[in-house]
Design a protein around this ligand. Structure first.
Ligand code: ADP
Ligand code: MG
Length: 240
């Protein structure tokens, strides 16, 4: 079958922070509704890639295309409006606001303006199973709930692509299981997903395709089983 035109593409993306080379020659395509996992050792450039895709900074080289449009220089706010949302590796809620208020801010920022924001926020909280916590102040949340809030805030911006940076890190098995169900539900809506996570078996409950990065580069991309058996991937893990 012919593959759908990609919703998100990166071509030869690179990023240097001063003398430090964080990412080199990253090329990838994400199909609409596709779920891709990214693994790789610490410092491999995974977060740098997602940050570049989300417009958090200008890449040093390369181009990013979303829905046929060059967004390389668009910036984070425009990228979010266009339909790409990213969670932060370390959740950054407004601690003084309630869970509902946090998600409502994201909803108002991401889309249809203020009047629809209540409904969008409610919907995102429901999907993330956070309605019982709606009136809780964010600063009082435990780790799983902070992670779920981070996902709910990203979801409330109405993305067609959601970028998840280690939302499962530090969770117990039961908590990770709950997170998997939430991310599956997001996917079932047709939202494309790129999810960075260290725990591969958790990732593969959602991702149908796996990318491995090492030293700033994509060293394998494709069928998860083949990627995990790739000698370069095994070496990347053993070598660190
Ligand atoms: P990963 O998410 O795979 O662990 P990162 O993308 O966070 O890796 O980091 C890749 C490399 O880039 C690391 O060496 C990291 O220290 C460096 N790096 C990331 N962000 C910055 C930054 N803002 N300034 C300087 N160096 C950075
Ligand atoms: Mg990271």
């Amino acid at each position: 079958a012919a593959r759908a035109a990609p919703i998100l593409s990166a071509r030869n993306l690179g990023k240097s922070f001063g003398a430090l080379r964080a990412m080199s020659e990253v090329t990838l395509d994400l199909a609409p509704g596709e779920a891709v996992g990214i693994v790789g050792p610490n410092g491999a450039g995974k977060s740098t890639l997602l940050a570049a895709l989300a417009g958090s900074f200008l890449p040093s080289e390369g181009t990013i295309t979303f829905d046929g449009r060059d967004i390389t220089r668009a910036g984070a706010a425009e990228v979010c409006h266009l339909g790409i949302a990213k969670t932060h590796q370390i959740p950054k809620p407004f601690d003084g606001l309630t869970v509902f208020e946090n998600v409502r801010v994201a909803a108002a920022f991401g889309g249809g303006g203020d009047h629809a924001a209540d409904e969008v926020a409610y919907d995102a909280l429901k999907l993330c199973r956070m309605l019982p916590l709606a009136n809780q102040r964010a600063e009082r949340l435990g780790l799983l709930d902070r992670k779920r809030l981070e996902v709910a805030r990203a979801l409330a911006t109405g993305p067609r692509v959601i970028l998840l940076d280690e939302v499962g890190g530090g969770l117990t098995d039961a908590e990770a299981e709950e997170l998997v169900e939430i991310i599956r539900a997001i996917r079932a809506r047709g939202t494309a997903i790129i999810w960075i996570e260290h725990i591969v078996h958790v990732l593969l409950q959602v991702a149908e395709r796996l990318i491995c990065m090492d030293a700033g580069r994509v060293i394998a991309d494709g069928d998860p089983e083949a990627v995990m058996k790739d000698p370069q991937v095994m070496e990347a893990y053993l070598g660190h």
